[in-house]
Design a protein around this ligand. Sequence first.
Ligand code: PLP
Length: 379
Amino acid sequence: MEPSRRPETLVVHVGADPDPATGAIVPPLDLATTFVRNEAYALPSPYLYGRYANPVRDRLEAALAQLEGGATAAAFASGLAAATCALQAVLAPGGHVVLADGVYGGVRSLVQSVFGAWGVHATFVDQGDVAAVRDALRRQPTQLLWLESPSNPMWRLADIAACAAEARAVGARTLVDNTVATPLLQQPLALGADLVLHATTKYVGGHSDVTGGALVLREDGPLAARVRELQKLAGAVPSPFDCWLLLRGLRTLAVRVERQSASALAVAGLLAGLPSVTAVHYPWLAAHPQHALARRQMRAGSGMVSFEVGGGAPAALAVAGRLRLFARATSLGGVESLVEHRKTVEPPDTPTPDGLLRLSIGLEHVEDLCADLRQALAS
Ligand code: PLP
């Protein structure tokens, strides 16, 4: 029988072949950093040294590549390590990258502070405006278009197919940060992107207990070879145990994302009807300005919802303070629901509204989440 390509089946079975040595149903955690040679000084396996490659990382990378429909993948010690590798692989000193203006703040700082010092120019653009993306790509020779769809915390989308076509027209690569959508809800490579980035710290891990990142590439060509070279030489690799935890997280990704998206939609609907809420940002709500694009490009709205209250930061912080089930913490994609006042953690020049709270919806019963929000927003 042909193996199923359905993502729900894939996440359970990719990289999960039983251990041939023992029959163990869960592949083993090989912690070794070095691999022995035989008497003829030959290596009996593909492995030489842990940083170059190891069996657990190989399984994770193959699984992520299959899930995103890519040719190959590389795993890193964090999402930002993956981002660093992508920027180094595609750009040369003096190069130009066009980024979504709502890109994750860490990527913005990385591009400006680290890559700026190496002569890289960055242009930030509204990724929802294809004409603006086209203009930015053509203003100077551009090597990379960096999209994050949906982007934090307003959940603005990019029309990935249209933007990737614009990038291709000027010979630039397109990278999509697919951390929030996950490969279950959105397949950027099939829409024309060249690279997909994941902070596997978030939904792939899914339990707020591992930091990681990954790049998935559409083609296994010179760019992939450069990514692997940088992975090996810059050395920001995940430990075998991190890879093992990420593989374990992957097994439940489909059911988690499905439930979190369904609960997030219910929460967004509830918030939209509360008098103390002045705005709700969620792509699966019909009122979202890019709802039609979301329907075309995604399978559900994700587990992330933002909303605004009148009264600015003090009012938003008071609401966060009254929540009992939502933990007040940064990050997203775990089994536990989180609330975050983004303005508190973003740089002072951020366009994020003062009164905005971001929710990462977990796996609690949706009625309990709604009840918590109702009581916190009642007073
Ligand atoms: N991309 C997105 C969308 C993120 O939210 C984050 C972190 O919050 C990152 C990348 C960076 O990931 P990490 O914190 O693992 O470096």
